[in-house]
Design a protein around this ligand. Sequence first.
Ligand code: ZN
Length: 158
Amino acid sequence: MSLRWNRGRAALRLQTLGWFPLLVTVGPIGKATAVHRDAAARLTAAVLAGRGMNFTEQQMVEYLPQAQARWQRALMERRRLSTAERLLQARRCSYCASWSDPSATHCAGCRRRFTVADDTEWDTTVSRATATVAEAEAILADLARGVVLERLNGASHG
Ligand SMILES: [Zn+2]
C-alpha cells in the first residue's frame, strides 16, 4: 500500500512494508525541504506517542526478511480463528450430518433428540474451539505487537 500527502508543493510518500506489526517508510517526494522535515518530525512524534517505534536503516534490513513470514503466520492464525468460530456457531448431527443451533435439543435435519453422547461430543468441540480462538487471538496480538516469531507461544497446532 502506498499513500501520498501534499502540502503546497511538498509531498510525502508513505509505503507499507509489513503488517504484523505495521511497518512503513516515509520519505519526501523530490528534494527534502523544511516542510518535509517538519512533517516527518510530527509523524514520528505521533507514532512514538502511539507506542510505535522508529527503526534505523540497520534494523530495517534485519526486520524486512521476517515481514513475509509474519504475514503468512498471521493468515494461518486468521484461518484457524475463523474455522474455530464457525465450529462454535452450529452443532452437527452425528446421524444425518445436518447443522443445528448450538442450543438446540433436537436436530434441525432429522428431528432426532441429541443424546448424552452427542452432548458430550459437542462440549468437547466447544472447549477445543474456544481454546483455539483464544490461542489464535493471542498469537495475532503478539504478531501485531512485534513479538519475534520464535518467541510466540504455542507453535502451530494445525
Ligand atoms: Zn440429524
